[in-house]
Design a protein around this ligand. Sequence first.
Ligand code: NAI
Ligand code: MG
Length: 498
Amino acid sequence: MPIDAKLLERAYQSGTLEGLPDGHFIDGRFQPAQAGGRMESFDPGRAEPFATFAAGDAADVDQAVASARGAFEDVWRDTAPEARGRVLMRTAELIRANVSRLAVAETLDSGKPVGEAQGDVLGAARTFEYYAGACDKLQGDTFPLGPDHLGYSFNEPVGVTAHIIPWNFPISTTARGIAPALAAGCTAVVKPAEQTPFTALMLAELLSEAGLPPGACNVVTGTGQDVGAPLVAHADVDHVTFTGSVATGTGVMKAVADNVTSLVLELGGKSPVVVLSDCDREAALDGVMGAIFENAGQICSAGSRLVIERAIHDDFVDTLCQRTGALSIGHGLRDPQLGPVNSDRQLETVSGFVDRGRERGATVLTGGAATTDPQTGKGWFYEPTIIADRPVDDELVQEEIFGPVLTIQIAEDAEDAVRLANATRYALVAGVYTRDFEAAHQLARRIDAGQVYINEYFAGGIAVPFGGNRMSGFGREKGLEGIRSYCRTKSVAARIAR
Ligand code: NAI
Ligand code: MG
């Protein structure tokens, strides 16, 4: 499904996209913030604002939650499962039909290369398709209580769900939250990141076009402070799914405690890519590059540590550095191999990590500086960067940088690789490259992570559960397991003998 070349060119030339949504999406329609607030969204590829959107507050949140409550109680909870499934399936089709507009909006807002944005949009369509098929298969259970009793259970939707979305995968993260929630019969209020509000709004409009009743999916835009905080602390929200930083996530955990609201936290990572000496070298090189340079490294599950066996280190790293230095950099709408980082703040964060590392004596093998789009001299770019072997307690090994910066760790053997892989407080994903089937599955068992990729980093898709351990969070999204957060079990036990 190619991107509409005319639309792409017009967006690049004009620096914006016509007909972007204007306002929150509440009760099935776009509406301004009650207090009239507006904010600018920036195009990171040019470091310039390209559109404005509604900056909401607690009053807008109240209205959206009330709308979601009404839609839950009056309509969606009791809509036949197969009818819910048809709405989700039509949504998948509408997303595909609008792939060009959605991808261009995602690129303008987030900065990511448009080919990656297109992949995210098609992934969102696939997410709706997957959960469409699950709506009428949420079966309950029966319990063996003997001849005098009957015991059974069924799944109830938890109710009104809140979704706090980060700026790195705006449409993907929105889809993976609301598709299973709506499938289960829940309704939703989405709070996109203030850096990237548009595709969540566009998605809500498509859901409505697909037949979702007004109020079943609302989107309130604005800052974390003004919209996110009142939403997660709202007494009438039954469940919160949060994706973002550890600092904000732990704050959300405290905020939901007062109402005993259930929570899924998908936080950061510092994921290892373990490369053993018997690996398929080309597959490993491709995998390591994609793991850290896709979306300029702004991925919770980025492979940001290369844990490589000493025997192949020198030659492998030489090639890796050559290829890294040759990556094309440019505005996302030109579909380069590496786009900008999302904000000036994120650029400062990334630069800070590398500069402090240099002061501690780290060797920067390639990259290591902020830069701009070579065509325009604009934008928030950071060179793709590789840092030579660092001790395990170094900040560059321990902390999530969330940029195109790979840190190397040399392992003596597979055993040592496990030790290094497990040596951070994060445990989101891990990659393993080896031709030894037994070694691969032993590593998969012993590395602490929610998900392990063998011989293809980011392998899998919507069918595979995803989430973290330790500081990377708890709960699982995606897969059939991803629906569980949006269901609760009601069990019934009855005496059936007199
Ligand atoms: P953040 O965690 O503050 O933002 C994520 C979302 O939470 C945004 O929608 C934001 O508006 C919202 N939010 C902020 N404060 C809130 C509050 N008090 N209550 C409810 N919602 C709130 O992350 P930020 O500041 O954008 O990025 C900082 C760092 O976080 C990044 O450098 C990166 O390391 C990490 N990060 C990790 C992500 C992941 O996928 N795990 C995604 C985004 C950022
Ligand atoms: Mg933006």
